[in-house]
Write a protein that binds this ligand. Structure first.
Ligand SMILES: [Zn+2]
Length: 221
């Protein structure tokens, strides 16, 4: 569902749907500011999920982190790929997911939810999810070889032939629903990094700019 995300005074977006959970803090970074992340991964567009406990910052190659540790934030870096934050309202474990098209094809968000179940006993019905700024179908043209891997791709015919556009956020929403997350607990900011490049880094728009935005979540209690 569309939910309100607020750009706070510190230059970071926060999801209103998470704010009732006083025991966590989170943020989606922009060009101007990013929230702190104590543990991140060397991201490789994979389906690999790590439990952050005992994991040092940037020590492992993977694309999602889960944790139940207090006061140790976990994060991902993106510039067009989909950043997704997960929280379990019952057990208070949290997750941070980096989902580009390869990670989405590898079902990284589903694997993160599965890891929360395995490590912390999470029931997907208790999960709240927030989808941050990413490249949207308006701007994300892909080859037909990539498009055919996703139901969330659309084809638009024009004089030059078919052009394919991929809705990566939607592909991840479908995976979360299929994993048992309730639709009304999934919040998507709807913001496009490529359309709004004044506010966000976009790899598609500026391939030579190495800027990345950090998205993180931390359990506080
Ligand atoms: Zn766009």
């Amino acid at each position: 569902m569309k939910a309100s995300f607020r750009l706070a005074q510190d230059g970071v977006y926060r999801c209103d749907g998470f704010q009732e959970f006083f025991w966590q803090t989170h943020g989606f970074g922009t060009r101007n500011a990013s929230p702190n992340a104590d543990v991140t991964l060397r991201q490789v567009h994979s389906g690999r999920v790590f439990n952050a406990r005992g994991t040092e910052d940037r020590a492992e190659e993977g694309d999602a982190l889960v944790t139940d540790e207090i006061a140790r934030s976990i994060g991902v870096r993106t510039a067009d790929c989909v950043p997704i934050l997960l929280l379990d309202a019952a057990t208070r474990c949290v997750g941070a997911v980096h989902a580009g098209w390869r990670g989405t094809a590898a079902r990284i968000v589903e694997r993160a939810i599965e890891r929360m179940r395995a490590d912390f006993g999470t029931d997907a019905a208790h999960i709240y999810a927030a989808v941050g700024p990413c490249i949207r179908a308006c701007c994300y043209e892909v080859g037909s070889d990539i498009a055919e891997q996703f139901e969330a791709a659309t084809r638009k015919a024009n004089a030059q032939g078919d052009r394919c556009f991929l809705n990566l956020a939607e592909a991840n929403l479908r995976q979360m629903r299929a994993a048992g997350v309730m639709d009304q607990r999934i919040f998507d900011c709807g913001l496009c990094t490529a359309c709004q490049s004044a506010q966000f880094f976009s790899y598609r728009r500026e391939p030579t700019n190495p800027g990345r935005m950090t998205t993180s979540i931390s359990r506080l209690a």
